[in-house]
Ligand binder design. Sequence first.
Ligand code: RUB
Length: 311
Amino acid sequence: MSVEDVAGAIRRMEVRGAAEIARSAAEALKDEAEDFQGRSLEEFRHSLTLAKEELLASRPTAISLWNGVQTVLKDESSAKTVDELRRSVMRNADDFIKRSKEAVETIGRVGSRRLRSGDKVLTHCNSKAALGVLIQAHMEGKELDVYATESRPWRQGLQTVKDLTAAGIRPTLIVDSAVRWLMKDLDAVVVGADTICSNGALINKIGTSQIALAAHEARVPFMVCAETFKFSPKTMYGELVEIEERDSNEVAKAGEVPPGTKILNPVFDATPPEYIDAIVTEIGVVPPSAAYEIIVRQLGQEFIFEANSKW
Ligand code: RUB
């Protein structure tokens, strides 16, 4: 698929979920590099820059997209020929996609150790990393009672119950507003991440912070599943995460509300680190306070520099 097609699919949410968005962007850059017909390195770099900008503009909140694109293009300035640059982009894209898939598998195995047979577990939206944990625990023979929120307005919860059912788990679907009512009966909450900030705050689907509050109140462990490329080097120097707002007609169509009614449709929210018990990554279970360390060690100085270069 062309970069334009992939960016469009991400914007329209045909491709969704933070990791999938990042992998699709990496694949699109790989195709762009493979198909480049010109001979000038300058022209090639220019076309990659345009591709990068178009992909990054497709959705603003998930840092996985920025980290993925950055990983694929990390050797751009050192390449000396068109062929060298082409090879590096293709190799880096393949590596990123492979590592990101392996990370989800590792998170599944690590996270499942935190669940016991008989646990009642809630998940929100549709996170492949969170589902990986639940499915792995099920495959290990643990009997889980899994609850999935509907996740208005896009209702990603319907996909979650399909994914769980396909894996042999019989889930229960609830409306978002039933979370606090249910919380007293739960043993754990397991969610994914779009971005983890350097202070350990979690940015994830709208409603996540309310669930975390209810879990905190009821002393139910709140577990976040996040590959290390969900951690944001951009937040290290104070940049705030842009919370995407989508079209009002996703909430109510014209004619369903009186003319002039204002509709707000924020898609993500921020959960403070004090409501998070554990972050499960592919390098282990860490507390939110380890976020800074993960950014420095896993993503490194080059990423931090690049993320803050416009500063
Ligand atoms: C999806 C969402 C998911 C995270 C993590 O939102 O909030 O919880 O992206 O998903 P949307 P994953 O549907 O708006 O993209 O673990 O699959 O990366």
